[in-house]
Design a protein around this ligand. Structure first.
Ligand code: ADP
Ligand code: MG
Length: 226
């Protein structure tokens, strides 16, 4: 489903010394897997997620998604992959503050050219699925952190992506809410969704079938969770 080979990302800014945020990272993820990425702050976790999510491009290396060589994709193709094949969930939720919960979930469907009536229905169904059917007309400021993350999950699912990426999705939540959000990820995985999730927490990492350990931009261990 996904394969990265010798993926390298070097950041250069001004006169500063270049940062090798990712250094020749290679691994595969099969369809239906839930994989956790762990490592200390600055080890390259977010950089890796951005590359996999087509939010950024590697300095070197190959990236195959659903058999397609993404490293050869141009900007337009990357934007399309980002919108159609990948669902991204962030620690900071990244919702549109001035838009309703319902509209937030409709946004990726607008980009995908889905008609107004269809996207309304799809967004309603998804919000129902994450337990927010009663909050459609609320604004992000009017709901809790856990509810915001549920909206973000519904939005990530809108275009029925083949891959769900989550970067510290429970990093801003208390432990009870964290457990609720992890239940949702579990259910999604059981429904067959492929999930890659960055976490600091060993406890959350254990929810996955595999843990990729990063250190200083290198993949130091590909651990099978037993
Ligand atoms: P993590 O998510 O594991 O905390 P990151 O992937 O955010 O780590 O960062 C890895 C390294 O790359 C860090 O040294 C960080 O400072 C650097 N880095 C990340 N993004 C940028 C950027 N846009 N410009 C320059 N350096 C960056
Ligand atoms: Mg990070």
């Amino acid at each position: 489903m996904l394969e990265v080979k010798d993926l390298t990302k070097v950041f250069r800014s001004g006169e500063e010394v270049a940062v090798r945020a990712l250094d020749s990272v290679s691994f595969r993820v099969e369809a239906g897997e839930m994989v956790a990425i762990m490592g200390p702050s600055g080890s390259g976790k977010s950089t890796l997620m951005h590359l996999i999510g087509c939010l950024d491009q590697p300095t070197e290396g190959k990236y195959f998604l659903d058999g397609e060589d993404v490293s050869l994709a141009g900007d337009n193709q990357l934007a399309e992959i980002r919108n159609q094949q990948v669902g991204f969930i962030f620690q900071q939720f990244n919702l549109l503050a001035k838009m309703s919960v319902l509209y937030n979930v409709e946004v990726p469907l607008i980009y995908a050219g889905v008609s107004r009536k269809q996207r309304r229905q799809r967004a309603r169904d998804l919000l129902e699925e994450v337990g927010l059917g009663h909050r459609l007309d609320h604004y992000p400021t009017e709901i809790s952190g856990g509810q915001k993350q549920r909206v973000a999950i519904a939005r990530a699912l809108a275009n029925n992506p083949s891959l769900i990426l989550a970067d510290e999705p429970t990093g801003n939540l208390d432990s009870e809410t964290e457990a609720e959000i992890m239940d949702i990820f579990h259910n999604l995985n059981e429904e067959g969704h492929t999930i890659i999730l960055v976490t600091h927490s060993e406890k959350i990492g254990r929810h996955a079938q595999r843990i990729l350990h990063l250190l200083d931009g290198r993949l130091i261990e590909d651990e099978v969770v037993v």
